[in-house]
Design a protein around this ligand. Structure first.
Ligand code: PMP
Ligand code: GLU
Length: 390
């Protein structure tokens, strides 16, 4: 048989999805694994959003929508971006709706990358970033941030990785997996280097609404000189507990959205019609459901950070946003793959090995706290029980 795709052969499958799948399979086989692997809210999608989807289906939103998305959701996104992000975008030319922020990231990367272009990203990072860069024909270039200074972004750290082939920089705040929220100084550092080296910036704001303790999200597109070079990626999955609806978007200069639209129209056609109607209802409707879920994640964070640090041999930094903890195990000789394997087998607690988030995270495990307090309490008891053998 002839050789299959070398490009796809070269990239790994999603580690986060693999951990979730493994936990699912073990539970189907009769185990009682607590799945802290993937970042999927335990909340159901709020009722008024579900009702809007049913109404849309009943009203015939079951046909192909326009490939960039339905006007109702495009307008809702533009209004949301003006309201929450201080970013003005034209709904008819500067937004494209996608099945999940994941596809929006793919659209963004594919629209700016030519073969050989280097795309910088801040590490630790969500495991899909480097393979997505490779898929778009670019070369992934990590900018390593250190836990020693709480993963602070500095202009010098980015500059040290810039070359004459650098094309774009990917930034994710609030961050998966570190839980850091970008400060004004860090945003200034990104802007400084982007302007200095004429870089596009991909701002992944999927955890925008999940920020704790009076911090606030800074949208890079709102900063001076950035509107024309920023591609903002966002979506419904995390804030509205809508992971299964597959709803995200890319907001960017019209020329970029035009290219992204060619890719979408030739591949997926569009996102799902009724999911867009439900999302428009979510964005235009009451936002207290988002605040309530965020408050609940903050409580779980408080509990888990304290409980994990109370276990001998576990060190867990506090987090500022998103819903992941990223503890390390200072006394253990095991690497993160080994720790994750040990925990799923011996404690029946599934976490994602740190190595999936970059080479410098090999002693960490990521636990999602988007799980019920009952599950989190049980997972801490189990971890405490096996920790002496780590
Ligand atoms: N960006 C980051 C940082 C993520 O953690 C995720 C995972 N949900 C996504 C984008 C994509 O999310 P979705 O495709 O569900 O919108
Ligand atoms: N983004 C989530 C995570 O990091 C969901 C799984 C995925 O798409 O990677 O676990």
């Amino acid at each position: 048989m002839k050789e299959l795709s070398r490009l796809l052969g070269r990239i790994p499958g999603s580690a986060t999805m693999a951990v979730s799948e493994k936990a699912r399979q073990m539970n189907a086989a009769g185990k009682d694994v607590i799945a802290l692997g993937g970042g999927d809210p335990d909340f159901d999608t709020p009722d008024h959003i579900v009702a809007a989807a049913f109404a849309a289906i009943e009203n015939g939103a079951t046909h192909y929508p326009p490939s960039k998305g339905i006007p109702e959701m495009l307008t809702a996104i533009a209004a949301k971006m003006a309201r929450d992000n201080n970013v003005e975008v034209d709904p008819s030319s500067q937004i494209i709706i996608s099945p999940g922020a994941k596809w929006a990231l793919h659209l963004a990367l594919s629209s700016v990358t030519n073969p050989g272009d280097e795309i910088l990203y801040l590490e630790p990072c969500w495991p899909s970033y480097p393979p997505m860069i490779t898929l778009s024909g670019g070369t992934p270039v990590p900018v390593s941030l250190s836990p020693a200074d709480n993963y602070t972004i500095s202009a010098d750290a980015i500059r040290a990785c810039v070359s004459d082939r650098s094309k774009a920089l990917m930034v994710n705040s609030p961050n998966n997996p570190t839980g850091r929220v970008m400060t004004a100084e860090e945003a200034d550092a990104v802007v400084e280097v982007a302007l200095e080296h004429d870089l596009y910036v991909l701002a992944d704001e999927i955890y925008e609404h999940l920020i704790f303790d009076d911090r606030r999200n800074i949208s890079l597109a709102a900063l001076p000189g950035m509107a024309e070079r920023t591609l903002t990626i966002n979506g419904m999955s995390k804030a509205y507990a809508m992971t299964g609806w597959r709803m995200g978007w890319l907001a960017a200069p019209a020329q970029i959205v035009g290219l992204a639209n060619k890719l979408s129209s030739q591949t997926i056609s569009s996102a799902a019609n009724f999911s867009m109607h439900a999302s428009a209802a979510a964005l235009n409707g009451p936002q207290d459901c988002v605040a309530e879920m965020c408050a609940s994640y903050a409580k779980r964070r408080d509990f888990m950070v304290e409980a994990l640090n109370a276990i001998d041999g576990v060190h867990c930094r506090d987090i500022e946003g998103a819903f992941y903890l990223f503890p390390s195990f200072p006394g253990s000789a095991r690497d993160s793959l080994d720790v994750a394997q040990f925990l799923i087998e011996e404690a029946e607690v599934a976490g994602t090995p740190g190595i999936a988030f970059g080479s410098t995270s090999g002693s960490h495990i990521r636990f999602s706290i988007a799980r019920s307090m009952y599950d989190l309490e049980r997972s801490v008891e189990r971890l405490a029980r096996v920790a002496p053998r780590l």
